[in-house]
Design a protein around this ligand. Structure first.
Ligand code: ZN
Length: 358
């Protein structure tokens, strides 16, 4: 999240990759838009994300994307740390950049950065693009690796939480960040520090100054509240709230978390905003099937085929912010087993909605 400095000056900070903001029409109320915004960048729970370290120039990437073994090991440890909490997301290293969703470079001087959650596939789809970079030596800096992976899981910057009530000395912040090691433009400083997230787009209403997603700030940058005037120094590592966040969106999946779907029999979703329900389906005939959700709600639905190895992604549909419902139409094969995961963004009446295969 931030490079250690010895003299108390502003450390090097992480920057988020700027992507176009999603906008909603006037027919989408602010509450619904907010509920969509909280969930839309998160992964469907149960997703396996593969990560890759560039080893330029042998893989065609610039040689300065290559990291030392010690730096790569720090990142591996950070992935393991998140997984060790017992979550439904699996991180696995791959040596094939083509099958990696997370592609990591170590370009010195380019800062530490990541895309947020699903943006890594929506905005960095090429196997030659980085989705994460470490711009200083992180051989002994597990926290920076934990922080960037937090973004990849869909977490925003905690110091931009509007419930923190931080009043910045804005000019002091712009001036401090314009200097080395950051050398940030006004826009970058605005987007990564000054700008507050919309209250509707933030999970809960607590500010967590110890979050791994919070930058440390020295004295002289914050005008109020009084306890932060002398700076904010997160204690390091994952906080209680970080752990609560990741387990809420990505709880460990057990065998009994799956409901069996039968052809033409509707099954209740019965989940709240942000929650997910998982189903299995075994066709008794090979043919084209529709898998569709019913009810006034926004969902994302993902279909996998279960194999003896890893589950194979077949299709996904995200109907958020539209009047349509999630629907997948695909030929499914007799005797094979399929997994369907449905995450609810928003529903007019919570706990309603259903799903059917027909
Ligand atoms: Zn960050």
């Amino acid at each position: 999240m931030a490079e250690e400095t010895e003299n108390g000056s502003t450390p090097a900070y992480c920057t988020l990759v700027s992507v176009p903001q999603r906008s909603f029409g006037p027919e989408i109320g602010s509450r619904r838009a907010g509920m969509i915004a909280i969930t839309m960048k998160k992964w469907v729970n149960g997703t396996k994300l593969k990560y890759y370290f560039f080893n330029g120039p042998t893989d065609g990437s610039p040689s300065n994307w290559n990291g030392s073994a010690a730096q790569e090991n720090t990142v591996r440890k950070a992935f393991e740390k998140w997984m060790s909490l017992g979550i439904g997301i699996v991180f696995e290293e791959t040596t094939d950049k083509n099958e990696a969703q997370i592609r990591i470079g170590f370009q010195k001087g380019d800062g530490a950065w990541s895309y947020v959650g699903r943006d890594i596939i929506d905005f960095a789809g090429s196997p030659d693009e980085r989705t994460m970079n470490f711009g200083w030596d992180i051989s002994n800096d597990l926290d920076t690796a934990l922080h960037e992976i937090g973004h990849t899981l869909g977490a925003a910057h905690e110091h931009q939480n509007p419930f923190a009530g931080i009043v910045w000395d804005e000019q002091a912040v712009y001036d401090a960040l314009a200097k080395p090691p950051n050398r940030w433009s006004r826009q970058t400083t605005f987007e990564n520090i000054i700008q507050k997230l919309a209250p509707n787009n933030v999970e809960g209403s607590d500010h967590d100054p110890n979050s791994i997603m919070h930058y440390p700030f020295g004295a002289g940058l914050i005008l109020a509240p009084a306890p932060f005037k002398n700076g904010i120094f997160p204690k390091g590592g994952l906080s209680e709230k970080d752990i609560t966040f990741v387990k809420k969106f990505y709880p460990a999946l057990q065998a009994n978390d799956y409901t069996v779907l039968k052809v033409s029999e509707s099954a209740n979703l019965g989940i709240k905003a942000g929650e997910q329900k998982n189903f299995t389906f075994k066709p008794t005939r090979s043919r084209k099937y529709n898998i569709e959700t019913f009810g006034t709600m926004d969902t994302v639905m993902v279909l996998y085929e279960k194999t003896s190895g890893e589950d194979v992604y077949l299709a996904g549909d995200d109907d958020s912010g539209t009047d349509a419902n999630s629907k997948i139409t695909l030929r499914l094969i007799k005797g094979r087993e399929y997994i369907i995961r449905v995450r609810l963004f928003y529903a007019d009446s919570e706990g309603g909605g259903s799903i059917m295969v027909y």
